[in-house]
Every structure is written in C-alpha cells, then in structure tokens.
Design a binder for this molecule. Sequence first.
Ligand code: PMP
Length: 393
Amino acid sequence: MKLAKRTEKTSHSGLDEIFAASKPGMISFAGGYPDSKLFPRVEIEQAFSHTFQSAPATLLQYNSSKGYLPLREKLATRMRNDGINTTTESVMLTQGAQQGIDLAARLLLNRGDGMVVEAPTYLGALAAFDVYEPNYYEVHMEADGMNIDELQKVLMKHEVKMIYTVPDFQNPTGTVMSLEKRKALVQLANIYDVVILEDGPYRNLRYTGEPLPPIKHFDTEGRVIFLGSFSKILAPSLRLGWLTASPELFDGLVALKGGSDVETSNLMMSSVDGYLAENDLDAHIKEVKATYQHRKDLMVSALKKHLPSEVHFNNPEGGFFLWLTMPQGFDSTRFLQESLIPNSNVSFVPSANLVPSKQLKNAARLNFTNVNDQDIETGVEMLGQQLKLALQS
Ligand code: PMP
C-alpha cells in the first residue's frame, strides 16, 4: 500500500530489534517507567467515584479543547508558584506531555525546517518530530545542559524555527541546565527568532539541591512553550499533561488540539481535579521522591563499586535516569547486543538511538525508578563484569 511520505522518516526507534533477544526475568535499566507500586491507587479511585457522585450530568459531555476550567486554574496557580508568569486563559490540558510535543511541532515545523535538539534527547520526542520531517541540528549536552557556544554557532549559520529542551533532569542524561544557560538560551532565541519548547515532566522530582526557575520564567517575548505532565508525579495512564504559551502560539495550539482529538477526556480532567481538591499532591510527590532518591543513591554506590574506572557516570539531582559514558570508540549498541544481553541478564538504552544522526555511540541511559534494591545491586554488578571484559578485549 502507498503510505504517506512522512512515514518514511518516522523513527523507528530501532529498540525493538535490539531487545528482541531479551530473556524473561531480565533486569531492565532500559525502561522509563515510574514504579506502579507508588501510584496513589485508592485516592485516585476515590476521586473518580466522588466525581461521579457529585458531578453534574455534563461530566460525560463534551467540554472544550482547552480543557476543564477548574483544573486549568489549579495548574495556572501551580505554575505561577513555580516562577512561570501565566494565567488560566493560557493553560491547555493535553493527553500527556507527549501530545504537547506533537502539537508544538505541528504548529511550527514545515518539512525541511531547522530544529535544534539536545544530543542526546528524548526518544519519544524524536518519534513525534520525525513526522514533520525537520532538518535536525544536534547540540551536545554538557554537565550543565546543552553547549551554548555550539548552539550559537548553529543559529548563526542556519535558519532554526524551534529548540527542544528538557532542562530539568533531562531524559536521557539526568542533567539540569544551569541558570546562566537558561538565560542565554532565551537571549539567543530572542535574537534569532526561535521558539523554545521546554519539556518539564521531571521538574517536580528534585531529590537534592536547589530548584532553578523554568526557562519560561525568563521568557520576555512569549517564545517559550512550557509542557508539564502528571505521568511521573501521579500516574501515566491518566494521559494528562498541560501546556502554557503566549497567545500568539497558544491559539494555534488550541486549534490544532481541536482538530487532533477534539479535547482531553472530560471525565479524566474532572476526576484528577477532584483528586487535587481532596489530596495533597505535593505530599504524595515527597513520598515518591524518597523512594526514587534511595534507588538512585543505591545505583550510584553500586556503580562506584563495580564499574571499571574508564567508565564515567553522573549522579543526577533528580528525575529517572543517569548516564554512563564509556571511552571513545566504544559501541554501546554492539556491547548490549553481543555481550550484555547474551551473557548476563541486564539491559540499558544505548546512546545511538537517542540522537537523530545515530552518531553518539559510547554512552548509555540507565533507569533507576522502576527497579528494586536487590536488582539494582545484582544488575550493576553484572553490568560491571561485562564492561570490564569488553574493555579488556
Ligand atoms: N517528555 C519527556 C522528556 C519524557 O521523558 C516523557 C515520558 N517518558 C514524555 C515527555 C511523555 O510523557 P507523557 O506521559 O506526559 O506523555
């Protein structure tokens, strides 16, 4: 059958093939899931039930593309408390942050338009962007966020419409963008007339250190779209996220949302609003953070104990992931396929899949949120053994 041309480029992450050889019982550091045991199941069920009992007949009716008003109000307040200058009128509910990524790309990208992504970046974002057939420019990540000099060079040389960034506990590296870089990014976007897509699903999951204002905080010309999500702080199956943007961008995003799925489920939005009215979300987040921080610390000490000294890793201040860097010339995809999966029972996400060019080969992403203590210790030990063997040969 003749499929649309845009599907030719659609990523095809390549991960299914890599993990095809996985065995049952495998210890997976490759996932990106929150721990299901931490979902506030009872409270969410109660919120749904109360919503049904108390809501008007319109609960099951169409609502509006922007979403359920009381929840938009609550999110506007949360964002203002977090340093984002926004109003309820500029907030829209989405089906997860993922839909926000898609809508922003749909709003801005014509085929062949320039866009900057961090190298490495979030795989799911690449899958969304690929459909619009952009011309990617990769800007490398450093310990304090994307390399701003490299970014400036790209912007000086090429026409770029959009910069996609995950400034807080980036997926996949766990990196936080520094205050200076946040400011510099906005300045560059102003000079070169670029829109910044700030994706913040991990923003509330800081375990140590002081929070930095969102990039949107420094937005002087209304060119930052901020995306939030309940997936990592409540539960991903709610498929609930939100965005805020200046009117110039917001109205287009609302229209595109209408054309895409009409609106987010009114039942879902009303019930989550009920959850927020009856429960203390921040207290729940605090509990989740305690578990994730413990697992992260455990993974970091296991890595210190078991990894050969040529392999470097970071100790992120929050989020879901940490980043391993092997020596130049090491191919983490080959290592995973030829050594780690066949000879042990551990997996990670190799770096090549996390850049459009696939030209970042010597690194890997490890997830620590959805693995238990014992598996962290055992899995890291096996990983260390295999890495030592591979680096010796
Ligand atoms: N952005 C990033 C950086 C992510 O890591 C994820 C999920 N892994 C998403 C967006 C999508 O999240 P949601 O469930 O809110 O659609």
